[in-house]
Design a protein around this ligand. Structure first.
Ligand SMILES: [Zn+2]
Length: 215
């Protein structure tokens, strides 16, 4: 797998939070900007009570503008939080699948979180439940090749080197409230892996109509 795999394709990037697109995928996305059709979707609404709660959606749209995205959408579903205590993560996954299955567009490739929720130093070895729910929702709803963030995975298909200033310009859309502080992997080469089947977190609990709609 090579960076060329993404060029001149219709790509849909589905992330859990405003900022994940920059933090996990910003190197890739800034590298292919203008050379692929990019759609950007964020599944959850900003958590209430953050200093930047009221700014994050606008900041996400600014990132979309910098990346020359074809479309930018926020589904505004409730965030379950890193451990799934703020909202049931299974319910979130189902709601994501339903919303995504309503998208009447086709894509060549989907880029999203992995089934482990990207374990890292900020929210620990178990990853983030909203990332996992987003992964599950994507897998349930969308019939297209899925490429996931390789953080925490044993097998990585591609590591992307990129221009750090370009990635930083995306992350800076969230400043001064959020600066990726503590995310020590942030400017490392970005790992990617093909999604392989059999990693569903909540087998049998996803809406069957979501699968039918996307067929
Ligand atoms: Zn996130």
């Amino acid at each position: 797998m090579h960076l060329n795999a993404f060029l001149h394709k219709r790509l849909l990037v589905v992330v859990a939070h405003q900022d994940d697109e920059s933090l996990y995928f910003g190197g890739l996305l800034s590298s292919i900007r203008g050379r692929a059709e990019i759609g950007l979707i964020c599944t959850t609404a900003p958590m209430p009570g953050r200093a930047d709660t009221d700014h994050r959606v606008a900041n996400f749209h600014r990132v979309g503008e910098l990346l020359q995205c074809r479309s930018v959408k926020c589904l505004q579903l409730p965030d379950c939080g890193p451990r799934g205590k703020a909202y049931p993560s299974e319910r979130l996954a189902t709601e994501i699948a339903v919303k995504l299955s309503e998208i009447g567009e086709t894509y060549d490739m989907i880029i999203t979180h992995n089934h482990l929720g990207e374990p890292n130093k900020v929210y620990g070895p178990f990853g983030h439940e909203a990332h996992k729910a987003t992964h599950v929702g994507v897998v349930a709803a969308i019939r297209a090749p899925i490429v996931v963030c390789g953080l925490g995975l044993n097998r990585v298909s591609l590591e992307i080197e990129y221009d750090r200033e370009s990635k930083k310009s995306l992350i800076d859309c969230y400043a001064p409230w959020w600066t990726a502080r503590g995310y020590d992997f942030c400017y490392q080469p970005e790992p990617y892996s093909f999604h392989t089947t059999g990693q569903k977190l909540f087998p049998g609990r996803l809406p069957t109509h979501a699968r039918e709609c996307s067929a």
